[in-house]
Design a protein around this ligand. Structure first.
Ligand SMILES: Cc1cc2nc3c(=O)[nH]c(=O)nc-3n(C[C@H](O)[C@H](O)[C@H](O)COP(=O)(O)OP(=O)(O)OC[C@H]3O[C@@H](n4cnc5c(N)ncnc54)[C@H](O)[C@@H]3O)c2cc1C
Length: 399
């Protein structure tokens, strides 16, 4: 698909049509019920069913496997709209997108043919699992292992943490150590495609404890995965035998694309916060006029709007560069850092603009304020993004 390069925000007719469709879906099917699902911390099954019908689980999967075959830029536009509705909805798609990216880029033909068609329809959904109770940022420090038995099968042991869609997914891309003595450690890491029954909290060799209770990002479950001799066939190493020892590199590649995805989620949250602030500030009156007319509030709106626009531009630039086949690690890191911070700041400013009502569960902004901080943490914290950005800047500008 051709990449429009004239401006970073211009949309093709196809992009206009699809984002309009998703925006309407968010306005009519997500926003009106998000509060209820959030309060009950309930999985939004009916919304997910509708997303399957709309083909939203196969946006980037090639048409030959039943997907839409669209590029990262269009995907990012869709994610912005879903996240504008409710960040947890984009969370259901997010890990699935990373899983399908891993398969499309590194999977064997057999792995692609086996999983991608069912993933395109959403019949099976994917999760990915790097983090452990003692390890998040320092991925090379993971402790989970896989050992090959005499029959060729691999056996996974160890505890994973924070797996989004951990219970309801049918496929989990799990990063473990297959050589604990490798130096540097990343050379001994392998990604396994683990198949499991969606919704089952106990299968042979794998226990999924009750979901972790969170301050926000509710509805979609985050779980531990406790592996105790979980068996994986030999041909389920991502990429086949050549994938042995390649897991770290594969996952880091996927996370780079994932950063554009998280940035797009940040833009969606920043956008919705802006909309709510604009509406409320023109309705609420103090000292005889709408609060939007007080300069302190107008300035807040100005800063929010500028932040939103900058976040969107950075996100679209990173996505378009990736689609154009250009190196975009630096840009993806910048987009993720800026857009996630913009989401948090816009959410807080919108909450302030709502005064006491912002603190009430009757108002949407209360939920958004609890949801937004996730973006500062997932797929690399802001501190880690700064490390990546600084390193890349120095690499590209050697003295
Ligand atoms: C709701 C939710 C969903 C998640 N979903 C998934 C998922 O689906 N799959 C998955 O694998 N993981 C997932 N994660 C885990 C997430 O990726 C990690 O929480 C994140 O990478 C941070 O790791 P940590 O929590 O272990 O923090 P730590 O790595 O312990 O970091 C703690 C603090 O120290 C800072 N820090 C760490 N190292 C440095 C350094 N070198 N220099 C400066 N500061 C540093 C961090 O920025 C942070 O502020 C999820 C997390 C959450 C909260």
């Amino acid at each position: 698909m051709a990449v429009a390069t004239d401006t970073f925000t211009e949309k093709t007719d196809e992009q206009k049509a699809i984002t309009e469709m998703v925006r309407q879906f968010a306005d009519h099917e997500i926003i009106p019920v998000a509060e209820e699902y959030d309060h009950e911390d309930k999985f939004p099954e009916p919304i997910v069913e509708q997303m399957k019908e709309l083909g939203l689980f196969g946006v980037t999967i090639p048409e030959e496997y039943g997907g839409m075959g669209l590029d990262l830029t269009t995907y990012a536009m869709i994610v912005e709209e879903l996240s504008r509705g409710w960040i947890s909805i984009s969370g259901v798609v997010n890990t699935h997108f990373i899983g399908s990216y891993l398969l499309m880029k590194f999977g064997t033909d057999e792995q692609k043919h086996t999983f991608l068609p069912k993933m395109a329809t959403g019949e099976i959904r994917a999760a990915f699992s790097l983090s452990e109770p003692e390890v998040g940022s320092d991925v090379q420090g993971i402790k989970s292992t896989a050992k090959q038995g005499d029959g060729g099968e691999w056996e996974i042991n160890g505890q994973k943490m924070w797996v989004t869609n951990g219970l309801r997914s049918g496929l989990v891309f799990v990063l473990v150590k297959t050589d604990t003595k490798a130096e540097p450690p990343y050379k001994g890491m392998t990604c396994f495609i683990c198949e499991k029954e969606p919704g089952a909290d106990k299968v042979l060799g794998l226990t999924i404890p009750p979901k972790i209770k969170k301050m926000g990002y509710k509805g979609v479950e985050s779980t531990e995965l406790v592996f105790d001799g979980f068996k994986v066939p030999e041909d389920r190493i991502l990429g086949g035998p050549d994938g042995l020892g390649q897991g770290f590199v594969q996952m880091m590649d996927a996370l780079e694309v994932g950063r554009v995805n998280v940035a797009a989620r940040g833009v969606g949250v920043a956008q919705r916060s802006m909309e709510l602030a604009l509406r409320y500030s023109q309705e609420r009156k103090t000292f005889g006029k709408p609060i939007a007319q007080h300069q302190a509030i107008t300035f807040k709106l100005a800063e929010m709007g500028t932040r939103l626009e900058a976040a969107r531009l950075l996100t679209m630039k990173a996505a378009r560069m990736k689609d154009a086949g250009e190196r975009s690690d630096l840009e993806a890191g910048m987009a993720k850092l800026f857009a996630s911070e913009a989401a948090k700041e816009n959410a807080e400013e919108a909450l302030r603009i709502h005064g006491g009502y912002g603190y009430s569960k009757e108002y949407e902004i209360e939920r958004i304020y609890r949801d937004a901080p996730l973006l500062l943490i997932g797929e690399g914290t802001s501190e880690i993004q700064k490390m990546v950005i600084g390193k890349k800047l120095l690499e590209r500008n050697r003295a």
